[in-house]
Design a protein around this ligand. Structure first.
Ligand code: F6R
Length: 362
């Protein structure tokens, strides 16, 4: 049931504030993070190995920044189809964590089985609680996104981010890197996030205007730095999946190491950059694009927009949030941009060609 929306994808994008609020409640006991099932004590863990495919992999890549910065925990992250064949050594006190919406992705499941007798614990972050990946884990953490019908993952991505962030915050507290007061403050911001996401949904018309022109492009680049780098990758994946436009993402700092050769006035460049500690660096990369005639769509906050200068083609202004929460917020314009671009092109957003919701072949 599309509940009055034209597409499941539109419905699932719009549902995110509500499902995230519910999902958060499932993991909090007052201002304490409480995981269902087996306890997970991060003081005994020396390394995390995160494995997934596609959008779930980008959630893992985001989580790497969180676990490393907040908890000082070394993290390895890989796509399942590479991880499993490389036969990576699993060192002592490693927890292997698998992220999968369906819980049935063949490569992710095979990677999990590879880790079974090697890792201290197998943890999964899943949407389908009865899935193979959930069943074969020591601890399966539900993302509580509800059924996701659209082939392009939207609410599952933000709900995966939500659980991974809570895990990273728990790791930070367990490992003495974060005080209970600092945790309480972050949790307060997380509780306020649904309202902020609704404000981001209100940018839909602005994004639609940009999308009408992006729909004319043959190639689109996405740039981001730090936590915005995995988001840029996710934005590019979403756009190519449903609009069939060639899109690629780079870490902003990599631009001058090759991809800048692609820039000309026909290539829109989507820059995702809240006004955070890395903003100036990203803006200088953006200037390099502008100097070569590139057409920049800047997704930022009010402070970022004020500092970015006049030459950008379009600016989408989002509310300000604490830096670590920015991936959950910036996912919304990334999804809306792909959605509106696909609508402008007239493609089948819920059932894009060549794709299946659950990839059970290797
Ligand atoms: C992207 C998308 C895919 C999946 C990937 C993993 O929109 O849906 O990239 O994220 O196939 O699927 P799960 O999470 O079910 O393991």
């Amino acid at each position: 049931d599309k509940a009055g929306y034209k597409h499941f994808m539109a419905k699932e994008i719009a549902e995110q504030p509500t499902v995230l609020a519910d999902a958060l409640r499932g993991y909090l006991d007052g201002d304490t993070i409480s995981l269902p099932g087996e306890p997970l004590d991060f003081t005994k863990i020396e390394r995390l190995t995160l494995v997934a495919c596609g959008t779930a992999f980008y959630a893992c890549l985001t989580a790497k920044y969180w676990f490393e910065q907040l908890a000082g925990l070394p993290v390895e992250v890989d796509v399942a189809s590479e991880f499993r064949y490389r036969e990576p050594p699993i060192t002592a006190h490693t927890v292997a964590l698998f992220v999968s919406q369906s819980g049935e992705t063949a490569d992710t499941l095979a990677a999990l089985r590879y880790c079974k007798d090697k890792a201290d614990k197998i943890v999964s972050v899943v949407n389908v609680a009865e899935s193979s990946i959930a069943r074969e884990s020591d601890l399966a953490l539900p993302i509580h996104a509800g059924v996701e019908v659209g082939v392009a993952s939207t609410k599952a991505f933000t709900c995966q981010l939500n659980v991974l962030l809570l895990l990273a915050l728990k790791a930070a507290v367990d490992r003495g890197r974060m005080t209970p007061e600092a945790l309480a403050e972050t949790l307060a911001s997380l509780r306020a996030l649904p309202g902020v996401l609704n404000a981001a949904m209100d940018r839909s018309d602005d994004i639609n205007q940009a999308a009408r022109q992006i729909a004319e492009a043959r190639d689109v680049l996405f740039l981001g730095r730090g936590l915005m780098y995995p988001l840029a990758l996710e934005g590019a994946l979403k756009l190519k999946e449903i609009s069939y436009i060639h899109a690629e993402a780079y870490a902003s700092g990599e631009l001058k190491h090759g991809p800048i050769a692609l820039i000309d006035k026909s290539v829109p460049v989507v820059v995702m950059a809240p006004r955070d500690a890395l903003f100036d660096k990203t803006v200088s990369n953006m200037q390099e694009v502008l100097a070569r005639g590139g057409k920049v769509l800047l997704i930022t906050d009010a402070a970022g927009a004020a500092e970015a200068g006049q030459d950008v083609w379009k600016t989408i202004i989002l509310p300000e949030v604490p830096s670590i929460l920015s991936p959950l917020l910036y996912a919304i314009p990334a999804q809306l941009l792909a959605y509106h671009t696909a609508i402008a092109k007239g493609t089948d957003v819920d059932q894009p060609r060549n794709l299946a919701k659950s990839v059970t072949v290797e």
